[in-house]
Design a protein around this ligand. Structure first.
Ligand code: XMP
Length: 536
């Protein structure tokens, strides 16, 4: 069944007027990285799966196409292939690693197993006439390789531009047709001139303009939100995190007081975070904010609970209930004024869209989860102004909108908050103690200038453990605090951060001196896997 709001959401399904550089994903996790590097060059990019036909790809009106790397051999059974017709459409195209071989194969070049597998740092040497694809790149350069097959001869009409010990054809170009490719991975930082080569393709070979800028993103999204929302009212939940804050700030910029934000304070945030939302975010944006002070509610629901999954369920359930109560109050207030809340803002990011199926026909509408009280058929249409953006772009947009750095630069923090950083029962006293220890850890990390290097540093209270200590003249029997600093790219895997010893000593001294009830600070030196980042 199609509802009226569905139709209108589909009309707004196209998220930007920029013609994309389409990255065709051959499935080795490189596609997102390539798309990000293209965006870093200020060119808009999107990812599509390799199952897309030439017709589907061209229907997206791409400004250029990049074929990503992938794990297959072009000769393996069921290996994804690319039709030669894609290269006849007059759209500039660039192949990377597997994509380079797939392009060579489709256009009549020869790809074969040489028996010489290249993996990791590899010296690549330019050959033949200099070409703009490799302009600004030295004759020998370090590149990052990962291949078994290699291109033996380039297709007709292509010039060979580079070679390595294991790849006779490591780069080629057909300038007339704006087609080219490289065997190495230019998107990986270990390729010294990788970004330069990508930019050469975009600007020199494909002739694109660098017009995807933070200023343009804000302007465009503001226009789109206005077109979608009209004069209806909008509601948005704030979590204290960067995504919901930036999404709300964009909607506020677009439709002002038609937006009401809801902040459910569950009492599980870190020191100063509730104030950042209630005071600093409001001051920076002028947003209309409804605060639900629900600390007591969460504490009593969590009383006596020690199982981590149980805690998560309780916090999730209470959160939805509290949010919906707030929502009902706002709906009633709007109704009294003869208005209707039609839209709900969500801070969905581009990686979520890609990972949940590429956003191709993905539902733009969700029937809002409701409990009691609300009419069964109540629906909000979603406003998702961050749907095209990567996390670093969201932060840049937040800065452009003048949001406080504490919000924009915030490390990832789990929804259940400190509730899953107390190993044992959650109580008001324990939260207070953990908040103090965490604030010390965060302040010292920032003072040491390590915020960018450390992905996040959970500070964990082992509330069920006590150990003997000595402080002043007396024996103590207190709780340990665990520091869990990790470095990571995406939280899927992580390594423990090698923080300087003097920094660790400072944090430890301060916590044991300043936080009553803690007499020991320990460092978690486990990577993920096998350990998760959080302790619960
Ligand atoms: P783990 O502990 O699974 O954490 O290695 C990976 C990332 O996810 C965050 N995390 C959560 N985020 N709700 C959230 O919103 C949760 O229940 C949750 N558990 C873990 C964690 O902080 C890290 O960034």
């Amino acid at each position: 069944m199609t509802t009226a709001s569905q139709t209108s959401a589909e009309e707004h399904g196209v998220q930007t007027a920029h013609r994309p550089v389409l990255v065709v994903d051959y499935g080795a996790q490189y596609a997102q990285l390539i798309a990000r590097r293209v965006r870093e060059a200020n060119v808009y990019s999107e990812i599509v799966p390799h199952t897309f036909t030439t017709e589907q790809i061209l229907a997206k009106n791409p400004a250029a196409i990049i074929l990503s790397g992938g794990p297959s051999s072009v000769y393996a059974d069921g290996a994804p292939s690319v039709g030669a017709d894609l290269f006849e459409a007059g759209v500039p195209a660039f192949g990377i690693c597997y994509g380079f071989q797939a392009m060579a194969n489709a256009l009549g070049g020869v790809v074969a197993r040489t028996g010489l597998r290249e993996y990791g740092a590899t010296v690549t040497t330019s050959v033949g006439e200099p070409h703009s694809l490799l302009s600004g790149v030295p004759a020998t350069q370090n590149t990052w390789m990962s291949h078994g097959d290699s291109v033996q001869s380039a297709p007709e009409g292509f010039e060979v531009l580079a070679t390595t010990a294991g790849a006779p054809v490591a780069a080629f170009v057909n300038a007339e047709k704006a087609l080219g490719g490289v065997q190495w991975h230019p998107e990986v930082k270990h390729s010294d001139f990788g970004q330069k080569v990508l930019e050469n393709f975009l600007f020199e070979v494909a002739g694109l303009e660098p017009n995807w800028t933070t200023g343009n993103i804000v302007e465009e999204q503001v226009e789109r939100i206005r077109a979608q929302v009209g004069d209806a009212r909008v509601i948005c939940g704030l979590s204290g995190g960067v995504d919901s804050a930036v999404a709300a700030a964009l909607v506020q910029r677009a439709v002002g007081d038609q937006l009401t934000c809801v902040f459910v304070d569950h009492g599980l945030l870190r020191e100063g975070e509730a104030e950042q939302v209630e005071r600093d975010f409001v001051a920076a944006t002028g947003v209309k904010l409804y605060v639900a002070n629900e600390q007591e509610r969460f504490l009593s629901a969590l009383a006596g609970v020690t199982d981590p999954e149980q805690k998560r369920k309780i916090i999730g359930r209470e959160f939805i209930r509290a949010f919906e109560e707030a929502e009902r109050a706002i709906i009633e207030e709007a109704q009294a004024a003869g208005e209707q809340i039609k839209f709900l803002v969500q801070g969905t990011l581009y990686p979520d869209v890609v990972e949940s199926g590429g956003g191709e026909g993905a539902a733009n509408i969700k029937s809002h989860h409701n409990v009691g009280g609300l009419p069964e058929d109540l629906r909000f249409e979603l406003v998702e102004p961050l749907r095209t953006l990567f996390k670093d772009e969201v932060r840049a947009v937040g800065r452009q909108l003048g949001l406080p750095e504490e919000i924009v630069g915030r490390q990832p923090f789990p929804g259940p908050g400190l509730g899953i950083r107390i190993v044992g029962e959650v109580t008001a006293e324990r939260l207070e103690l953990l908040r103090k220890a965490d604030a010390i850890g965060r302040a010292e990390l920032t003072a040491a200038g390590l915020d960018d290097e450390v992905w996040q540093m959970p500070v964990v209270l082992l509330a069920d453990v006590r150990s003997v200590g000595v402080q002043g003249d007396g024996r103590t029997y207190g709780h340990p605090i665990v520091l869990r600093p990790v470095s990571s790219e995406d939280a899927m895997t992580a390594d423990w951060s090698r923080l300087p010893f003097d920094l660790l000593a400072r944090i430890s001294n301060r916590i044991t001196n300043e936080v009553d009830g803690v007499n020991r600070v320990v460092l978690d030196v486990t990577s993920k896997p096998p350990g998760t980042i959080e302790w619960e």
